[in-house]
Design a binder for this molecule. Sequence first.
Ligand code: ARG
Length: 461
Amino acid sequence: MAKMWAGRFSKEVDETVNAFNSSISFDGRMYRHDIQGSIAHATMLGKCGIISEEDSAQIIAGLKEILADIESGKLELDMTAEDIHMFIEAELTKRYGDVGKRLHTSRSRNDQVAVDIRLYLRDEIKEIRELAASLVKTLCGIAENNLDTIMPGYTHLQRAQPVTLAHHMMAYGQMLLRDLSRLADTAERMNVNPLGSCALAGTTYPIDRGMTSELLGFDAPMVNSLDGVSDRDFCVELACALSLLMTHLSRFSEEIIMWCSWEFKFIELDDAYATGSSIMPQKKNPDITELIRGKTGRVTGDLVTLLSMLKGLPLAYNKDMQEDKEAIFDAVDNVKLCLKTFIPMIETMRINKENMRNAAARGFINATDCADYLVKKGMPFRDAYKITGQLVALCIQKNETLETLAIEEYKKFTDLFDTDVFDAISLETCVNQRKSEGGPAPESVKIQIQKTMKALSGEMA
Ligand code: ARG
């Protein structure tokens, strides 16, 4: 394809350079948003008398036609074009001659591309937020069904105190709610209009930036034209929000990987969401979660790509910035893929309540409650803590647990012990009595679910 800027040059650009320079292979996906931006621009040019109303109408009709042709497959993107912006403008000119050539009046690809990415990412954020919201709902559903499913809570991956699966799920619910709010925040700050910044220094034409802002659903025109074309903070912010969302999915995935192992066997993935081995017939592998864990590194890499790309750039536009798209698109694509597989995977996993409970019943997970029992009978906590430690050591020596150790053995440490200790250290008591705000008791988790659902409807309103 002949270059738009051929006039200034005496030679055609080298083919390798052309391919190297071209971004249409990855910015082609913004064709709809590019046309949307161009329609707003052409509308404004016509209304402000910068081009005639007839030319404006013709350009708009032509752009709509091109859009329909791309969507129907009638018009294929030309991979030798420099980018999607050049391709669409050239196509318009091919179809409408001089009229098409008027579209780029008072505009540059620098403000054009900045508009396109914002419009494109605005749609993507909406989709990602809907997926994340559906994950929060799934978590609330699992929680509702597992208010009494006792499992060990861990610190240092050592059994620590009993919790419930519901309590555990609602922890992830909170993380995802924060992700949702971070994404909304990013979308809000992103929603300003760079169009009219032109190449970098605005224009001498009497443009109306408020009008294009309104037409495109932006909150306001960007205040400074140099910033308008050189700002990619929104890509960084989004990549950061997505990296954190992925980090949450990755931590969750790591737990699922452990829970699937024979050492835990807390859950069983549905066959549709697991994979086998080419050699070991017994294997059922949690590949999805491992891929999510792996892709988290990749999305974090996208964030680092963007930050490193920007850090040395003088104002205003520099071609380095063309590298923004592959990074942010990769992050967006992968987050969507991960959410779309993760949600049905956890919806269909089978929960092995018995194994969870058995794991909680060993490992002296109720030792704190045993100490608290003595405290409630008047002993200072530190003394109670020491005695319980000695009891645990005795149990280990005798191959017993606190539940099975004879009351006579207890009484050797202090008279405060009585048979009601067994009730106090039962797993049910340990969980049900932890009804402090935010704790694992079913009544407390029910409130957490309610709060989460309320926050969710606030987020998605
Ligand atoms: N393809 C370019 C990009 O993605 C569009 C902007 C080109 N501007 C320029 N002055 N060469 O950044």
